[in-house]
Design a protein around this ligand. Structure first.
Ligand SMILES: [Zn+2]
Length: 236
């Protein structure tokens, strides 16, 4: 077998392994992406609950402020009552007190409603906080495993890259280009065996004179049907 063919065969074996490694690497990246996506999704829920709690607390603070104000009004009006001389003025101040008390009641109801809302939001957030903590912990372990596997694959790929350079340097540029093109177009199978007068890549019969040339030619021959590069296995 011409030396170039031996190099091509070794290169193809290497490239097929490399494809497998790259596929595994891609699957790792996808899993890492999915894990991060899961964490991000729960984190977004936690953040949105925290925002809702803050907004609710802000409204509650405003209501308490108004409540305080109305209580002050009611107390001041009631304080004025003993000094009042006329019936008319007395009735007017009583009306003020009633109005303030009505406001106090309404505001108190609103505060109570906000308290219930806050309670619900806080419970939801506690639940999501716990979910996030569990998920983060699980993810962390799996991420460490993935990172270790990825590092191993990357080292393997770097090693393949070096071996590939060594091999391709032993091929003429035109042949290397032909090989690369075939590898891509023929789904990772650029170099194939010729046996019993046929190409084992496309299973078509080879012209007899081409088949005979495989025994003697120093140059690499290609299949006239699928263009793959042909080699002969030594006879048993
Ligand atoms: Zn063929």
């Amino acid at each position: 077998m011409p030396e170039q063919l031996q190099v091509l065969k070794a290169l193809q074996a290497l490239d097929r392994e490399r494809r497998e490694l790259l596929l595994q690497r891609q699957q790792l990246d996808e899993e890492q992406g999915r894990l991060q996506g899961d964490v991000d999704r729960v984190q977004a829920m936690v953040d949105s609950l925290a925002t809702a709690i803050e907004a609710c607390q802000e409204v509650r603070r405003e209501l308490l402020g108004k409540l305080e104000h109305e209580r002050g009004l009611a107390a001041r009006a009631e304080g004025r009552l003993p000094q009042i001389k006329t019936q008319r003025e007395y009735l007017a101040v009583l009306k003020e007190v009633d109005a303030a008390k009505k406001q106090i009641k309404e505001l108190g109801d609103l505060v109570a409603a906000k308290d219930r809302e806050l309670e619900g939001l806080t419970a939801d957030k506690s639940e999501k906080d716990a979910e996030l903590a569990t998920l983060s912990e699980q993810t962390l372990t799996r991420r460490d495993e993935l990172a270790a596997t990825a590092a191993g694959l990357d080292a393997g790929l770097a090693d393949h890259g070096r071996q590939r350079t060594d091999l391709t340097e032993r091929l003429p540029a035109a042949l290397r280009k032909r090989y690369d093109m075939l590898l891509e177009r023929r789904n990772g199978l650029a170099v194939v065996e010729a046996r019993d007068g046929a190409c084992l890549g496309c299973h078509m019969h080879l012209p007899p004179q081409l088949f005979n040339r495989l025994y003697v030619a120093k140059e690499v021959q290609s299949c006239p049907h699928c263009s793959r590069l042909l080699y002969l296995e030594p006879q048993a």
